[in-house]
Design a protein around this ligand. Structure first.
Ligand SMILES: Nc1ncnc2c1ncn2[C@@H]1O[C@H](COP(=O)(O)OP(=O)(O)OP(=O)(O)O)[C@@H](O)[C@H]1O
Ligand SMILES: [Mg+2]
Length: 397
């Protein structure tokens, strides 16, 4: 695929890209430089700070020629998919490409110059992912900024996105234990963003932005819409409403007031997708059935109704009580009152004890749930009644 050329559109923005490589070489020693605020991006003086910040993050600055080389000129055989930013191609970095950069597969995202996103989204991604490192955030290896071309180079995630794994008809259905592992990983990634020194609101939490490693470790990608959270006495930040239909919190759509609770709503939508195997918005369904939250939210706290919406592709292979707990958690995340939603740290605390479920043994275990904690206990079927009774008795003794 040929890389498109077009007259420059970003004269307002900083000229740092053209100097970045040189600075990256000379400023590698810098440590603990604060992430710059994206509010400052329009300032011309920020260029220096930005390049220093990026240099400290150890991102590699690639040339377009290098990225053409590693993707075989963006060959269609290396095409992974395309979203709002532009096409994504698989590439392979050989050791010989650069000293100090290990051989590895990567995903190269190329800005579509005729698309809706642009320099600002590219820059937001570079600034946030350059600074923030966590096991549940996709790693940005580097970037390229040549003339009007903008590219991002990520670690390659062999299982693609949760969206592909969950909704593609040709894929083997994701077993319950994997769904929970993914929910927990994504929750940890979001907790990290919300609780970092300078909290970040992700703003685009959805199944296609959760990428999966070979062992189904979930990593959040695409911080192009992320924003620094409210500071000091601020309760929210006011922004143009951005995000993805079907995932966006209702109060944010109505008021434009963004808080971390908006991300938690979106997290609730993804939990609902994991439980039901249905897309948050499915335009192929009849009108009244298109919006997953509207259609199923009222069923989440009622076990008899819940069973009607659990993904049939699971074929009953799931721990009933754990699914009920996840559904109750989704219900809370989807509360219309943001203050009633749990924090992401609380979400992690609820999900953590539910994760140890062996799909192969579904049906041979019963579960007892302590009502005063979030602990789910598993008992082999032979001893189920006695042991379950003992545990319940212990509580009242
Ligand atoms: N690091 C990566 N490793 C492997 N595949 C990736 C990687 N990043 C993106 N992809 C794949 O590329 C495709 C496009 O991803 P992209 O994030 O650009 O779009 P999207 O998430 O589908 O839409 P949106 O623009 O709304 O985020 C997805 O199908 C995803 O699976
Ligand atoms: Mg994406």
């Amino acid at each position: 695929m040929a890389v498109k050329k077009r007259a420059a559109k970003w004269q307002d923005f900083f000229p740092v890209c053209f100097k970045a490589e040189k600075k990256a070489e000379t400023k590698q020693q810098s440590t603990s430089i604060q992430r710059i605020s994206l509010l400052d991006l329009s300032s011309s003086t920020i260029s220096e700070e930005l390049s220093v910040s990026l240099a400290a993050s150890n991102l590699h600055v690639f040339t377009l020629q290098e990225l053409k080389l590693i993707t075989h000129n963006f060959a269609s055989t290396n095409f992974l998919g395309e979203g709002g930013f532009g096409p994504v191609h698989k590439g392979f970095i050989h050791e010989s490409l650069r000293p100090g950069l290990k051989a590895q597969p990567v995903a190269v995202k190329l800005l579509d110059l005729d698309g809706k996103q642009g320099h600002r989204e590219w820059l937001t991604e570079v600034v946030f992912l350059g600074e923030l490192r966590h096991a549940n955030l996709v790693k940005l290896v580097g970037y390229c900024c040549e003339e009007e071309q903008r590219l991002l180079v990520y670690e390659y995630m062999p299982r693609g996105s949760l969206e592909n794994q969950l909704f593609r008809k040709m894929c083997i259905p994701l077993p319950w234990s994997k769904r929970l592992k993914i929910a927990l990983g994504a929750a940890k990634g979001l907790t990290f963003l919300h609780e970092s020194n300078k909290p970040v609101i992700y703003r685009d939490f959805k199944a296609s932005n959760i990428l999966l490693d070979s062992d189904f470790t979930a990593k959040l990608a695409d911080l192009g819409l992320a924003r620094d959270g409210p500071q000091g006495d601020e309760t929210h930040i006011s922004t143009r409403v951005m995000g993805t239909e079907g995932y966006t919190a209702p109060e944010y759509i109505i008021t434009g007031h963004l808080t971390s609770a908006s991300d938690i709503y979106s997290f609730g939508v993804v939990l609902l997708e994991l439980i039901t195997g249905r897309r948050s918005l499915d335009k192929s369904r009849p009108n009244r059935d298109q919006n997953l939250v509207e259609r199923t939210r009222h069923m989440l706290k009622n076990p008899r109704k819940l069973v009607r919406v659990i993904d049939p592709r699971l074929e009953g292979q799931y721990p009933e009580i754990a699914v009920q707990k996840v559904a109750a958690l989704a219900y809370q995340c989807l509360s219309y009152r943001p203050k009633l939603r749990p924090t992401m740290a609380e979400v992690v605390r609820v999900l953590e004890p539910l994760k140890d479920f062996d799909d192969a043994q579904a049906g041979t275990f019963v579960f007892t749930v302590s009502t005063d904690s979030n602990t789910v206990k598993f008992f082999p079927s032979e001893t189920k009644l006695e042991e379950a009774k003992e545990v319940e008795l212990d509580k009242v003794r």
